[in-house]
Design a protein around this ligand. Sequence first.
Ligand code: UDP
Length: 234
Amino acid sequence: MYKRILLKLTGELFGPPNSQGIDTERIQRVALYLKHLKNSFDVEIAIVLGGGNIYRGRNATDPRFDHAQADYAGMLATVINATLLQGELEVLEVETRVMSSLEINKACEPYIRRKALRHLDDGTLVILAGGIGEPFFTTDTTAALRAAGLNCDILLKGSNVDGVFSADPRLDPNAVKYQELTYQEALVKNLLVMDDTAFAVCKREKIPIIVFNIGDLDNIGRILKGEKIGTLIQ
Ligand code: UDP
């Protein structure tokens, strides 16, 4: 179905449910599933990791606290997650590279687009950490930019609901899930698919997005088999 995918995984997958921190068993489960994907599908995988289980810049609610400073802490959180996921993947003997846009050269490689492309061509799983390396952005925007830069066929955005809905399904029992949307429809209906910057990049670069429920990791495999899971925006 797809030659190369960009998988956006929120840091929430790496922490205890509904809480912050690091849950090694959950990281192991993600690693095991990624190994299964590599073994079962002929697909190149780039992963953009979030850091929400440890820290998000917007957690800093004190207005005196410098927003950029908080965002650097958030970017470092993504590097911690990436380092732990790589460790678990190596236990499982999955060839993995961590490339960070926030340079921490003793812990991981810097993100260099051409090198990332080469790793993906070689079938290596590439974990992209550190966001885009600049404050005031999110890992959703990173996912959109890297999907464009690394010529990915699709951006798979893991969510904690089943796709894009007409209203928040956790608050409104009448919320309807959309099977498919165009970028324009999502904009006109004012639907929150990703943050504005991320969405604008996908729209401009014509990167299709599937928003799906990451609560069941097997949804990724289903999408790769061609099942219509979640909401497709294109
Ligand atoms: N961040 C940033 N620049 C980027 C990407 C991320 O400053 O390019 C910071 C930002 O503070 C963000 C945090 O890193 O809140 C963790 O990323 P995110 O909130 O996107 O993680 P997720 O919600 O996916 O777990």
